[in-house]
Design a protein around this ligand. Structure first.
Ligand code: FES
Length: 76
């Protein structure tokens, strides 16, 4: 399923997905450590206030700690 979110640098992507879009994303730590929330980004850019500790491929993000700098599209 593809989901597009608007830019919002004050709210982590995970919160936007769950609270604003109503998409149920699996997560555990919510601190960028476990990688459980990992998902694929197909458009747009995100940033992290602290570097993620979980391994990420080039096209993956951790929505629990990622914030957007532009509109983004995710595959969930
Ligand atoms: S929930 Fe653990 S890295 Fe996102």
């Amino acid at each position: 399923m593809k989901v597009t979110l608007p830019a919002s640098n004050d709210c982590p992507v995970l919160s936007q997905l769950i609270e604003k879009v109503g998409v149920n994303v699996h997560y555990e730590c919510k601190h960028g450590v476990c990688g459980a929330c990992r998902c694929k980004i197909t458009a747009g850019f995100v940033f992290y206030e602290q570097p993620p500790l979980a391994y990420l491929r080039k096209d993956e993000i951790l929505p629990c700690i990622a914030k957007t700098t532009s509109a983004i599209t995710l595959e969930i």
